[in-house]
Design a protein around this ligand. Structure first.
Ligand SMILES: *[C@@H]1O[C@H](CO)[C@@H](O)[C@H](O)[C@H]1NC(C)=O
Ligand SMILES: *[C@@H]1O[C@H](CO)[C@@H](O)[C@H](O)[C@H]1NC(C)=O
Ligand SMILES: *[C@@H]1O[C@H](CO)[C@@H](O)[C@H](O)[C@H]1NC(C)=O
Ligand SMILES: *[C@@H]1O[C@H](CO)[C@@H](O)[C@H](O)[C@H]1NC(C)=O
Length: 414
């Protein structure tokens, strides 16, 4: 064999072979990078937030808003461009996917009062800008998918209902009516609950994604009991509902509660019908709520106490956002708006002192500057129009849900 093959033993061949061998060795070394001892490329630890499929933008940690820094800022005039001056044009511009109607959707009042559309437009022509921080941003559809397996319960008065309605619009693309009642009422026919479900779980018995239960005081006013289904509702100050809610907590990962606006000075709180007696009664009632929650909320659940926004007496005089908030006084308002901040501080102080990951405070004071955004300037100067500042509460809430989801993922379930 090979006798006909010319012998290639010129120096050139040796050189080429030697070069090839050296190159192979270099390749081998490159593959064994542990031998080469090249400095390892810098690999920053991935932010656990980036593992959440609903998070779309993560500001650097030092820039991320806290509930208070988010509320330090201003309303910037940034006119919203609508493709058409219509309900659809408005919903498209603010990314609303509303299911059904609701009294505070001012842009839909075309039949009763055509000028309300333009007023609604002027309200969203101002955008909230925090001064020094940024929010974690989320994809609303993926967030709704997350809530499908980590449901959210909202408990409180009509201001909480307003926040629920805003969520209905911001997340409504992937929410539908429940087909199987989730038994949030505990079987009590006198109680109702708002309940929506992600389409992926609509056939599942008892599945719920987003729920609202009306409780104006959170406790029964007669004895500060946290009621169970079929308990007597007891004494109420004024109109409203005070449904039981604690029996429903188990089903939910995220719970947001609030009370305040319906608490009034009353002879029930003491002989002087004074604010001092009222604040003491509120504190006792909330103490019962917090004690219950501390005992029963699981490590894999998160509870927010939301602050209450200012009301603005004679709010028809406001045509644009304030720079300095107009602190409400009792005499101007029908309700005791002057005490709402004191009520908030009861909770805020407790939560800050407790340092318990399960409890958070959600500050929504950016609404205090929006005397111009109220629902019916002649008669309702507490609720605001949708779309409007309540959508910003929910953007802050989404940011907080992202942080909560990460902290929940690192605790063992109990
Ligand atoms: C939503 O989640 C899906 C599945 O995890 C992912 O592929 C997609 O990129 C997410 N969308 C956005 C906008 O983050
Ligand atoms: C909300 O945040 C603002 C701005 O940081 C602060 O001035 C205000 O006291 C906070 N309100 C509550 C109820 O925490
Ligand atoms: C609403 O504003 C538009 C201009 O932006 C104006 O043409 C229209 O007349 C206004 N409608 C009402 C009912 O005021
Ligand atoms: C509904 O809930 C109540 C109490 O929370 C319970 O007693 C009852 O059995 C439940 N009903 C159904 C049909 O699951």
């Amino acid at each position: 064999m090979g006798s006909s093959t010319p012998q290639l033993k010129s120096p050139m061949v040796y050189t080429l072979s030697a070069i090839s061998l050296v190159m192979l060795f270099v390749l081998y070394l490159a593959w064994r990078d542990d031998i080469l001892l090249l400095p390892k490329p810098y690999q920053p630890k991935p932010d656990p937030l980036s593992s959440l499929d609903f998070v779309t933008r993560i500001p650097s940690r030092s820039l991320q808003c806290t509930t208070d820094t988010f509320n330090t800022g201003s309303w910037i005039h940034r006119p919203l461009q609508l493709k058409e001056d219509s309900i659809r044009g408005m919903e498209e511009a603010v990314n609303y996917h509303c299911r059904g109607n609701f009294p505070h959707k001012c842009y839909r009042r075309l039949d009763d009062n055509p000028s309300e559309f333009n007023r609604s437009h002027r309200i969203v022509d101002y955008a909230w800008e925090p001064e020094t921080c940024a929010l974690i941003e989320v994809d609303p559809r993926n967030l709704t998918g997350h809530l499908a397996t980590h449901p959210l319960l909202m408990v409180g008065d009509s201001i909480t209902q307003l926040q629920f309605e805003s969520l209905n619009c911001l997340l409504g693309q992937d929410l539908t009516n429940v087909q199987h009642d989730a038994n949030l009422t505990g079987g009590d026919p006198n109680v109702w609950a708002g309940q929506l479900v992600h389409p992926s779980r609509v056939d599942e018995k008892g599945a719920v994604t987003l729920a609202y239960m009306r409780s104006d005081y959170l406790v029964r006013l007669d004895d500060f009991k946290l009621m169970e289904p079929f308990d007597e509702e007891g004494y109420l100050i004024g109109k409203g509902s005070n449904f039981p809610w604690i029996h429903a907590l188990d089903k939910f990962s995220y719970i947001i509660i609030n009370t305040g606006p319906h608490w009034h000075a009353d002879l029930k709180w003491g002989p002087h019908k004074s604010d001092k007696e009222l604040l003491q009664a509120f504190t006792r009632g909330m103490d019962a709520v917090f004690k219950y929650l501390k005992e029963h909320v699981r490590q894999d659940q998160r509870v927010w106490i939301r602050s209450t926004p200012y009301g603005h007496a004679k709010c028809s005089k406001y045509k644009k956002p304030d720079i300095i908030p107009q602190v409400p006084t009792k005499k101007e308002g029908e309700y005791q708006w002057d005490l709402l901040e004191s009520f908030d501080m009861v909770w805020k102080n407790w939560i800050e002192a407790e340092k318990d990951d399960r409890f958070r405070f959600l500050n929504v004071s950016l609404s205090n500057l929006r005397g111009d955004a109220h629902s019916s300037p002649d008669s309702d100067c507490l609720h605001t129009c949708l779309p409007g500042p309540v959508d910003d509460w929910n953007q802050l809430f989404f940011h907080d849900i992202a942080q909560a989801a990460v902290s929940m993922a690192t605790v063992p379930e109990s």
